[in-house]
Design a protein around this ligand. Structure first.
Ligand SMILES: [Zn+2]
Length: 143
């Protein structure tokens, strides 16, 4: 059993639902409106990427800043928890290592990888441009 209180746990679950699910939907709908076709959570790929674009050998991950510990200095959501640190810190470190390994494996298998962070999602036009740019360059490097 971990030491996290049930109140805190409920709070975290709410955060996962409201912050974790929606960002992926935002990215899906942008990629869709740009005219790209993609598959979701392909189990045969390391890390089951949120979106996979087989035609371009490209994948996109949409990462929550806290769970995946966004390393950008200005990201407020990625701050390390100050309580229950013996529970949280190893857990977050494991997430970070797992992400790094998955990305390395994907690249070895010939996939291009784009990681989008939750805190970058509010600027839709910029987000849309970076998805488009990523996939265009993936498509160029394939041909
Ligand atoms: Zn962030």
């Amino acid at each position: 059993m971990d030491t996290i209180s049930s109140a805190r746990r409920a709070e975290n679950m709410r955060a996962i639902r409201s912050k974790g699910m929606k960002p992926e939907l935002i990215v899906r709908s942008l990629a869709h409106s740009l005219g790209y076709r993609f598959r979701l959570h392909r189990k045969d790929l390391p890390g089951k990427p949120d979106l996979a674009f087989p035609k371009f050998a490209a994948v996109i991950f949409v990462h929550g800043c806290f769970w995946h510990q966004h390393e950008k200095r200005t990201c407020l959501d990625a701050r390390k928890p100050k309580s229950n640190t013996t529970y949280w810190l190893p857990k977050l470190e494991r997430n970070r290592i797992r992400d790094t390994n998955n990305i390395t494996m994907l690249k070895r298998l010939g996939w291009k990888v784009l990681v989008l962070w939750e805190c970058e999602l509010p600027n839709r036009s910029r987000l849309s441009a970076s998805i488009d740019q990523f996939l265009k360059s993936a498509s160029r490097s394939r041909s």
